[in-house]
Design a binder for this molecule. Structure first.
Ligand code: GLY
Length: 349
């Protein structure tokens, strides 16, 4: 097992290994004084792993209740949030008790936000069950629900008390969902450098690779917990990715969209002389090797319209993350008026 210590405003450990879910209770018992816990999960994950989580907590002396909501992004909404905090209240959890988020990004984001708000903050532990949640959303304390106006528009920075990445849980993950996580893994390869990037093949996504991705995220979270600088590098591929995801009416998965966004931004960077054409080609080839898409048939006008609604836009400026080389990405502010040229260059190559 590898342990990564995140020194954020609230320090915590991210454990990466196998057989961690059966030891969940033991780990949680060291984190809080209370002995009441709620396991929050959704209708796909709970039948697979819920019983193991509850049994482990009860073995460690936790009086455990469960809250299971419908699987899917639609559940990251105000109604499910209120349902969850009401259930925490009805279950009489106190500030010394604990909430466990067992699931993918939707579960982690919704549970983390409820934990941030209930009693103005109760400890929560992330047990991510998807590759994407392990390497990205479970670490760093970004919690949120979606609003009708857009994704993640209502949330809080609220760090977990611990994160348990049990690789055994990936065995039940459908191939397409695993591939989605690979897009984020490749993102870390491009951000962090040759050692990780060159090691990435569909067969090598193991404990070391996952730990390396989390360690890259740790560095950025420690440098910029509240997302005003270095942490924004984690948005590599996301500005154009979110736009094509939205324009597809979410028929493209997040991983597919980020993959297209990463390939497009690299092609545009090459077109504008900010990186070598070989770098853009290498990034696209890596994504394609994992069966991820690198282009879209969507029109530049449609991508632009979707990109203009990006919540990371500040006034007339949008900050892109541009790869100059593998392991050398920079924040690159552009006037919003220049975005059509970037989209055109990203589409054409
Ligand atoms: N998912 C990007 C971040 O945590 O900042």
């Amino acid at each position: 097992m590898k342990t990564i210590e995140v020194r954020a405003s609230r320090p915590y450990a991210v454990m990466v290994g196998r057989g961690l879910l059966p030891a969940l209770g033991e780990t949680c018992a060291t984190l809080v004084k209370g002995r009441r816990a709620m396991v929050v999960s959704e209708t796909t994950v709970f039948p697979l792993h819920g019983a193991a989580a509850v049994a482990s907590l009860e073995r460690a002396g936790f009086d455990t209740v469960t809250h299971v909501f419908p699987a899917g992004e639609e559940s990251k909404c105000g109604a499910e949030f209120l349902d969850l905090v009401n259930d925490l209240a009805a279950s009489h959890l106190t500030r010394s008790d604990l909430v466990v988020a067992l699931g993918g990004g939707v579960t982690g984001d919704l549970t983390g936000f409820a934990a941030a708000c209930y009693l103005r903050g109760i400890a929560y532990v992330q047990v991510p069950t998807t590759l994407l949640a392990m390497v990205d959303s479970s670490v760093g304390g970004k919690t949120a629900i979606d609003l009708p106006a857009g994704k993640n528009l209502c949330g809080a920075f609220y760090q977990p008390a611990a994160v348990l990445c049990d690789l055994d849980l990936l065995k039940t993950l459908p191939g397409a969902v695993f591939r989605d996580g690979c897009a984020e893994v490749i993102k870390y390869g491009v951000l962090s450098g040759r050692a990780l990037f060159d090691a990435l093949t569909p067969e090598t996504i193991d404990e070391s690779v996952i730990a390396a991705c989390i360690d890259d995220k740790r560095q950025k979270v420690e440098a910029d917990e509240f997302d005003n600088g270095a942490r924004q590098l984690l948005n590599l591929g996301h500005t154009l990715g979110h736009a094509v995801e939205k324009e597809s009416c979410f028929t493209l998965s997040h991983g597919q969209a980020v993959s297209i966004g990463m390939a497009m931004i690299a092609r545009a960077a090459a077109r504008f002389g900010l990186c070598a054409p070989e770098t853009a080609a290498e990034i696209a080839a890596k994504l394609a090797a994992f069966g991820l898409p690198t282009a879209t048939a969507q029109s530049p006008e449609a991508i632009l319209a979707a990109a203009l609604g990006d919540k990371k836009r500040r006034g007339d400026t949008l900050t892109l993350v541009v790869p100059r080389a593998i392991g050398d990405c920079v924040l690159h502010p552009i006037p919003v008026a220049a975005l059509p040229d970037w989209i055109a260059a990203g589409k054409e190559g």
